[in-house]
Each structure stands twice: as C-alpha cells, then as structure tokens.
Design a binder for this molecule. Structure first.
Ligand SMILES: Nc1ncnc2c1ncn2[C@@H]1O[C@H](COP(=O)(O)OP(=O)(O)OP(=O)(O)O)[C@@H](O)[C@H]1O
Length: 313
C-alpha cells in the first residue's frame, strides 16, 4: 500500500440488482484533498460507502487509512468522518446534542464531546443556532450540521458526499470555503464528491473522475497562475462592463456561451476586471480558463451523462 494513502481500492466491483454501480475500480487516493467527480449515477456515493465499510463490494479490496474497511468498521468510524448526501438528521434534537451524542459514540468522553461539539459548530458557522431543534433549520444549516457531525471526533479523513447539494450560491461559497480549510488549515485528508468541476477545482489538489462506474481519469488540479483566453460571466449590464474594460485597454469579445472573452496575461488584468466590476456594480459570477486542460480532460472522461450500465436484461 502507498504510505499515507487515504484510500486504496483494488478491483472494486459493486452491483445492485441489475445495475453495475462500480466496475473493477483500482485507484490510490493520497492527495491532501481529492475531488470525486462524475455525472449522476456514476458511482461516487457507492465508492464512498464501500470505502467506509457501509457497503460490501462484490469483488476487490478497499483500505482506508490502511484499515480494511470490510473487517474493521469500528476503526474506520473512529478515524474517518462521513457527511452523507441525503438528509439523515434527527429533527427533534439540537445540533449541539446531536454532535455530543455522535462524538461519544465515536469514543470521546462526555466532557471532550461537549467541547468538540461547540468547537466544530462554531467552525461551521452554527454557533448561535446550535441549541435550536434541527427541524427549525434551513437546508444550509442542515448541511452544516451534517458536516459538523462528520468532524466532531477529530477524524484523520473526512468523506463528504455532495456537500453543496441544494445550497444557494452564498451557502455554496461558504460550504466550499469550509471544505477548503479542512485540508489546508486543519490538516485533514478530504475526499469530496461533486458533479461540478468548479467545486472540485476550488477545494481539491486532485480530481478522480468516475464514469458509468469505472475510473475514467485521475489528474492533479493545477493552482498556478493562468494565462490565455478566459471567459467572464457577470450579472448586470454586460455591454457596459465590456465597454468599460475596452476603455481600460482590455480587449473583449463575446464567447459562444454568451460570456465575455478576455485574454488574461497577468494579475494586472484581473485587478482591472475586479475594480471595473466594483465601480459598475456588476457581479462577477464566473471566471473560466477557456484553455483549461483539466476541464477538457474531465469533460472527455465524463463523456456522455450515461447512467451506470445494466448488467442484466
Ligand atoms: N441501494 C441501491 N439499490 C439499487 N441501485 C442503486 C443503489 N445505490 C445506488 N444504485 C445505483 O447505482 C448507480 C450508482 O449510484 P451512486 O449513487 O453511487 O451514483 P452517484 O455518482 O453518487 O450519483 P449522484 O450524483 O446522483 O448521487 C446508480 O445507477 C444508482 O441508481
């Protein structure tokens, strides 16, 4: 096994009745933060559940932090935190009580559990509301509660299944910022699934792409400076914004998707874009590197949004 690998899968196959959810997946995940990317039904949740020992594979082996997930689930629970995709929270408890309860289940004393619960709920931005019943929470607050319970016992690896699912743009940004901090500031290994490359690029060091249950690509996320053609998507008066950029010496052109194309030569251009947007009250929604090799590779690997293949008629 690779030293320090968060997850090592060899030949992992999982079939549900007539659907082959995972087909002979062999992959080693050892980056500080890894994004598991794939279309709906590509097998992301199934791979995570197999890694956590929640589902037994039909074939193949899985080691998570060096632990055999199939035979030592208690050790996996102690060292790994899991944020499931779907709502699974008890509605008649507060986030504080839930986190204390879960921390105790994972081996912490009551005193440590209460201290950790307060810390993680503060870290995810639920300090004020932590004593309220979960049934009064918004979707964003529920997502943050799910994240807090995954972190409360201080895991070495945290597995997050679609943490931005259903969130509005502000909630999504906040969630991504928290996810980024887990690996970059708190030193936890992170495995996060998404069907959005933007989410993975902004939080991860590596991307693993699943397509129809198969490993389709594994690529580093480059964080170096970008140059070349870039597409901007903005709110407000797009024409006035493009005109103002032109007047400041930044040539623009309309892209096929209706965005504003510019050439990004250096940070001066980005500063001009930012200042111009602020002056005109225009919101910057998206800045996409048009020559993005990662995006090209991921789009090619994801292929058609094909569902998992049927194995029986
Ligand atoms: N318990 C189950 N019973 C039957 N089929 C299942 C079960 N769990 C998953 N599947 C099927 O296995 C395939 C992979 O599902 P999985 O949930 O792993 O995909 P995913 O990439 O996480 O998708 P999504 O982004 O929609 O959550 C899908 O076709 C799904 O319908």
């Amino acid at each position: 096994m690779s030293p320090g690998a968060a997850l090592v899968c060899e030949g992992v196959t999982k079939t549900f009745e007539s659907v082959q959810a995972l087909s002979d997946v062999t992959v080693t995940i050892s980056a500080p933060a890894t994004g598991l990317l794939g279309a709906n039904g590509a097998g992301k949740s199934t791979l995570m559940k197999v890694a956590l020992g929640l589902l037994a594979p039909d074939a193949g082996t899985v080691r998570v932090l060096g632990i055999d997930a199939a035979t030592d689930r208690a050790a996996v629970r102690r060292r790994v935190g899991y944020m499931p995709e779907h709502d699974c929270l008890p509605t008649d408890m507060s986030a504080q009580d839930l986190c204390v309860h879960i921390a105790q289940l994972r081996g912490l004393s009551r005193r440590d559990a209460r201290r950790r619960a307060s810390e993680v709920l503060f870290a995810v931005g639920l300090e004020e509301e932590r004593r309220r019943s979960i049934d009064t929470y918004s979707l964003g607050m529920r997502q943050r509660t799910k994240l807090a319970q995954a972190l409360v016992h201080g895991p070495d690896l945290v597995v997050l299944d679609e943490p931005t699912s259903g969130l509005d743009p502000a909630g999504r940004r906040e969630m991504l910022a928290i996810v980024r901090r887990l690996s970059r500031e708190l030193g936890m290994a992170v495995l996060v699934s998404s069907h959005l490359l933007d989410d993975v690029e902004s939080t991860c060091d590596e991307v693993v792409v699943l397509s129809s249950g198969r490993l389709a690509a594994q690529q580093p996320v480059e964080s170096g400076p970008r140059t070349g053609p870039v597409a901007l998507r903005v709110t407000g008066d797009v024409g006035a914004f493009a005109g103002a950029l032109n007047a400041r010496g930044v040539p623009t052109w309309p892209t096929r998707e209706g965005d504003i194309g510019i050439t990004y030569a250096d940070d001066r251009v980005l500063a001009l874009v930012r200042d111009t947007a602020a002056e005109l009250g225009v919101g910057l929604l998206r800045l996409v590197d048009e020559g993005d090799q990662l995006e090209d590779a991921v789009v090619a690997a994801m292929g058609e949004h094909a569902p998992a293949p049927e194995v029986r008629a």
